[in-house]
Ligand binder design. Structure first.
Ligand code: LMR
Length: 327
């Protein structure tokens, strides 16, 4: 009995003295898109860099295709440290930092250079700071690309969209955008878009080409118009609770891996946009329409007048700062 007691005490002492770092730090990274998208690939790349460099001390588990959370639930989970990383599109931050809807404003950016000036400049830094007050840490911005509109009829003039039910992400700006077209915006999680289109719950949507192709929207939309009217990008966030628990070395390793994954994501966003345009055309089920400069100007004329509606909620300075960066 006595010997057994001594043995048990020795065992528990040994267990207690096993160093804390023997258990790997686990990062659950939740996202909603397919693996073969810029976000999906960049998340895998981040995993690879982190696991190699930490020599197993940090493990990254990537959950694509809304398999763990849809975007809005993911953000709540981040604030509670139930999931450690996510990269939702800006529109999904609406209940936390509505100012991120700035990026939903139609025709705000001339091109990627303009966009990156804003993201990497004062406006982008200010927005990262705002997220920091909401139980998260903003780590990076990842591109997907510019959005195109699709439906089961050609959308060439802005008037062609009138009366159609458009799936939107939860964003007041996107709601106003489709109302300006006399269309009916309906908020739906990304995971439900395909079936909503198939069952004609909605008629139309807006997506960057990688999402359109990898979620097979070409099976349920006969026409796609290259409007390039709005940007779709992501803020990669981590849980503040999680971030604070890490040591300086771990934070430095993750920060560097994120920097490299961001370069990777943004390069892929450009490459995959071209690849998926070719793939959509090759699928042969969706007609792709290009717009002339005049036709595109007509969409601008219809949509840009919504800006003043958002001077109060987004901040006139934020909108003007973003526009000024393109001059
Ligand atoms: C959407 O809901 O359409 C996008 O936010 C999906 C994504 O993450 O690209």
């Amino acid at each position: 009995m006595r010997r057994f007691g001594f043995f048990a005490a020795l065992m528990s002492l040994l267990l207690i003295s096993v160093p804390a770092f023997a258990e790997p730090v686990v990062i659950k990274f939740s996202h909603v898109v397919a693996v073969d998208t810029p976000k999906g690939q960049a998340a895998e790349y981040f995993k690879k860099l982190v696991e190699e460099r930490s020599k197993g001390e940090i493990k990254v588990e990537v959950y694509p295709n809304s398999s763990l959370y849809d975007d809005r639930a993911a953000l709540e989970a981040i604030t509670m440290n139930a999931v450690q990383m996510a990269a939702p599109s800006f529109s999904k931050f609406t209940t936390f930092v509505p100012q991120l809807e700035l990026f939903d404003l139609p025709f705000l950016f001339n091109d990627n250079d303009h966009l990156h000036k804003v993201l990497n400049g004062e406006v982008g830094q200010k927005l990262l700071g705002m997220v920091g007050k909401k139980g998260m840490v903003g780590l990076a911005y990842w591109d997907n690309g510019f959005k195109q509109v699709s439906a089961n009829k050609p959308l060439i003039k802005p008037e062609d969209a009138a009366g159609l039910k458009f799936r939107i992400m939860s964003s007041k700006v996107l709601e106003a955008q489709f109302k300006a077209l006399n269309a009916n915006p309906q908020v739906l999680p990304f995971s439900e878009v395909y079936s909503a289109l198939q069952q004609k719950v909605v008629d139309a949507c807006e997506n960057p080409l990688s999402n359109f192709y990898t979620k097979k929207f070409y099976e349920v939309q006969s026409d796609l118009t290259m409007t390039n009217h709005g940007y779709l990008g992501y803020m990669v966030v981590t849980s503040k609770i999680f971030w604070k628990k890490l040591n300086d070395q771990q934070r430095a390793l993750l920060t560097q891996a994120m920097k490299e994954s961001t370069e990777y994501a943004n390069k892929l966003a450009v490459e995959l946009d071209l690849k998926y345009l070719a793939d959509i055309k090759a699928a042969g089920t969706t007609k792709v329409h290009d717009l002339t400069l005049e036709q595109r100007q007509a969409w601008k004329n219809k949509l840009m007048p919504i800006y003043p509606e958002f001077y109060d909620s987004l901040g006139k300075d934020l909108i003007e700062g973003a526009l000024a960066a393109g001059k």
